[in-house]
Write a protein that binds this ligand. Sequence first.
Ligand code: GDP
Ligand code: MG
Length: 440
Amino acid sequence: SLSDRLGGVFDRLRGRGALTEADVRTAMREVRVALLEADVALPVARSFVEKITEQAIGQNVLRSVTPGQQVVKIVHDGLIDMLGSDTAELEIDVTPPAVIMMVGLQGSGKTTTTAKIARLLKKQGKKVMMASLDVNRPAAQEQLAVLGTQIEVVTLPIVAGQQPVDIGRRALQSAKLQGFDVVMLDTAGRLHVDQALMDEMKAVADIARPQETLLVVDSLTGQDAVNVASSFSEQVALTGVVLTRMDGDARGGAALSMRAVTGKPIKFAGMGEKLDQIEPFHPKRVAGRILGMGDVVSLVERAAESIQQEDAERMANRLAKGQFDMNDLRSQLQQMRNMGGLGALAGMIPGMKKAQAAMAGGAMDEKILLRMDAMITSMTVKERGKPELINAKRKIRIAKGSGTTVQDVNKLLKMHLEMQTAMKKLRKMGGLKGMLGMLG
Ligand code: GDP
Ligand code: MG
């Protein structure tokens, strides 16, 4: 698995401070191989690795995990980020009937998935009709009719000799007349990307104006996934993807490729041939599958938590001595970011809230915190320890290095000064002991 692979690469690194560029690049070669082994298409793997490399360089190595484990976590988070962190739902809240059109290669699982989704919607209390527009494959329309009987969902009566667009029109009309909530159109498959069939699909989309156009893809598709995804998404406006055969030994790579190429969420995963074997797509599960890792992720999460705890204690000790430099400010800012608001200490420090208000005009959002962090990153070690060294020339350099303005740097320095002053005052008043007591 990827974690084993990276374990070797990183053994020599244990206990070092931050992930260096060279370390990360070595690790990323392994990541890339792991992605390809999981069937992620090459161009997708390549651009993903590039993005992740930037994020990983310079991250601090947590003491209680190996750098390899930490890289796995970074890659895992990147995968989830890319796969979409939430489960995406069908968006069919329109004046009925809502139209769902299924497209994809022949044998990808369109007809089966049509019935699976119809069954789900029926369970949600929707009145669903299915129609097969597949006039190419013999008995394709009958196949859907049989599935309809199994799940007790109406299928549009078959009229011999009708063309797909006419069938689509008829389906819409009778759904409207009979008060159906949803019409599902199961289109004809293609063995390869075939322009005649693409045109047919576009013509159907034109008259049916579907709310959802779902591309059904076999998760075993592998490297070809990119071609399938790009040719379909060029021709019709997809709204989502369904990955079938996730019950088999697919390694999940197609999911990443689909998402990268179409930019659309994966809405369902097919988990078998039976009509109840469909699940909402779970990005976390698939990310784990792609990396083939055990519980590295939770290990790293636990380590990160304990480091935060150590940070808080270190900070308390420094405050007790009346020290508060840029490093301290930064760890406060990081805490704020992690906690989505005031850090545990920040709330107890007089002046902090006021300083925040001065800095942010009231609202301390993620962007501002990141910008402040970037400014501190652009400072030298000396400057961080002794911010009073920062003169006009240094301010210009810091602003340039962090993509901010001298004005921003001034605001940050002012905020730091106010906090430091508040801290010193507090210490003189002897109030710090009580405050630290609260940290217990
Ligand atoms: P279509 O040509 O795209 O309409 O594909 P079908 O729906 O006819 O499916 C082709 C084959 O794949 C059938 O034998 C299905 O039972 C099977 N199939 C579809 N979805 C899944 C799935 O999620 N898992 C498994 N194991 N088989 C599936
Ligand atoms: Mg079919």
